[in-house]
Design a protein around this ligand. Structure first.
Ligand code: C2E
Ligand code: MG
Ligand code: MG
Length: 482
């Protein structure tokens, strides 16, 4: 009896009775030896942690069991299914010779996961992402095939989940590029190549600067000034994202305190954060704790994009946001209107500010639908006691429309581009004004102008003290507010 049980455990997952990783890998290896096309579908559940945290592990187990049962119903002869990780499952089939047909099958499997399941009278939705790969095209070893499926799966996840992505050479090439970016960025963080630019937030009624948004930039030694879209995708789901986020919060806090120490009133600096839970622990870390002790908290506003409301329940998010507020930080909901947050979130979550996505602002004065939506949002936010910021104001007619409709605050190239710290400081000192040519100039050229504007002693200090590796522009900005 014991022997039989041992044999079972060697091949099966004890919780669900599905085949385990060991068995699945062994089976795939043997199938691959026959040199016939083999399709693997890797499925990864999204919110298992959420279920475990909010409803307990028994609920998590129930979800897994249900997923196993539903997947098993999809399995035919000459196919296998197994649980290969906590929330990862593999189906493998030898039925398909071409990927298009396999993709149809994969979507059928995923469709079976869509209906909500009932756990203790609660309806739970399972959200999953899947990646599909096929031998020999995507690899002829188990490792290569699973790695290709994994990549495709991650591509689905960053697209918002619930879809099947099919492995293709382009994905592999992208993964290789991302790897290079990560390696570079690790070095860049150490070499202080990460810098923040500051875009003014402007009170529309009188066009006074009432705050800034910090936007991360990377002075890449070979590629020049890089914007976030050039490197943030490469670090998603990697620990490096936390290192960068920590650095960004530190830099913003240091700048806010430097301005305050120089007697300049900057208003709160908005900092973009992808995952606020990390701040929970990071705020107690040595550097940030010291900055907060100096009062940086009330000088910062955390900007969370709507997407966050997909990943976390309102209750969890509410708790995290309350924690941030205890440190004095304000919170803004960014890119509102891009389709992820609902009006319920506005009501339930403790946001101070609502930032309306640029997509609604462009040409608002000639676009009736956009105008109607923005007018409604402005009214709603006013009634909920929240500040509204219109993003991406580029023209005077857009400005005039927004001002007339009662929108408090705006940002956009019309007033100023994101500014290097030196230029932002000059704006605060009144040496530059919104709309000035260099304030609205592209970022790369601002830096050269700022460097030229430095007096000779600064330039000598830079040339003498920093050595050749610092000759790229960024060091200049650290002299801000001094
Ligand atoms: P966002 O938070 O919505 O930031 C506004 C983006 O719009 C910025 O792009 C800004 O340069 C751009 N922008 C501002 N005014 C105008 C305008 O009038 N016209 C146009 N066409 N664009 C305008 P940027 O700096 O490339 O940043 C893109 C996104 O990257 C940001 O969107 C934000 O989601 C993310 N991001 C920026 N910095 C950070 C960061 O430090 N950490 C994280 N996690 N994300 C960041
Ligand atoms: Mg933002
Ligand atoms: Mg935004």
């Amino acid at each position: 009896m014991a022997k039989k049980r041992l044999k079972f455990l060697a091949r099966h997952d004890p919780v669900t009775g599905a085949y385990n990783r060991y068995f699945v890998v062994d089976k795939l290896r043997r199938w691959l030896k026959r040199r016939k096309p083999l399709t693997v579908l890797l499925i990864d559940l999204d919110d298992l942690k959420l279920v475990n945290d909010s409803l307990g592990h028994a609920a998590g187990d129930a979800v897994i069991q249900e997923v196993v049962d539903r997947c098993r119903e999809q399995v035919r002869v000459n196919e296998i299914f197994g649980r290969v990780g906590g929330d990862e499952f593999v189906l493998a089939s030898r039925r398909f010779t071409d990927k298009a047909a396999a993709a149809v099958w994969a979507r059928e499997v995923m469709a079976a996961l869509v209906p909500p399941l009932v756990y203790r009278e609660r309806r739970l939705r399972v959200s999953a992402a899947a990646g599909l790969a096929q031998s020999p095209e995507d690899g002829d070893t188990v490792d290569d095939l699973l790695a290709a499926a994994d990549l495709a799966m991650y591509a689905s996840k960053s697209g918002g989940g619930r879809v099947v992505n099919v492995a293709e050479p382009a994905l592999r090439a992208r993964a290789a590029r991302h790897e290079v970016v990560r390696r570079d960025l690790r070095r860049g963080l150490d070499a202080a190549e990460i810098e923040l630019f500051y875009q003014p937030k402007v009170r529309l009624a009188d066009r006074a600067v009432v705050g800034f948004e910090a936007l991360v930039r990377w002075w890449h030694p070979g590629r020049g000034l890089l914007r976030p879209s050039a490197f943030l995708p490469a670090i998603q789901h990697h620990a490096l994202a936390l290192d960068l986020a920590t650095r960004v919060v530190e830099l913003a806090a240091e700048q806010a305190l430097a301005w305050r120490a120089a007697g300049l009133v900057s208003g709160p600096i908005g900092v973009n954060i992808d995952d606020p839970t990390f701040l929970d622990t990071e705020l107690d870390g040595p550097v940030l704790a010291a900055l907060l002790a100096e009062g940086a908290g009330e000088l910062l506003q955390i900007e969370l994009t709507e997407r966050i409301t997909l990943r976390q329940s309102s209750r969890q998010l509410g708790t995290v946001l309350q924690g941030l507020r205890r440190h004095g930080l304000q919170v803004a909901l960014d890119d509102f209107g891009t389709g992820f947050a609902s009006l319920t979130h506005l009501q339930q979550l403790p946001f101070d500010t609502l930032k309306i996505d640029r997509g609604f602002i462009a040409q608002i004065h000639t676009h009736r639908e956009r105008a109607a939506i923005v007018q409604a949002l402005v009214t709603l936010a006013g009634q909920l006691g929240k500040e509204v910021v219109a993003e991406g104001i580029e023209t005077w007619p857009e400005y005039a429309w927004l001002n007339a409709c009662g929108c408090d605050t705006g940002q956009g190239y019309l007033f100023a581009r994101p500014l290097c710290a030196t230029m932002a400081t000059r704006l605060l000192r009144g040496e530059r004004r919104l709309g000035d040519r260099d304030v609205c100039a592209p970022e790369e050229t601002q830096v050269a102008a700022a460097a030229r504007a430095l007096d000779g002693s600064h330039r000598r200090a830079l040339a003498g003290g920093e050595g050749p590796s610092r000759s790229a522009m960024p060091a200049v900005h650290r002299l801000s507010a001094s």
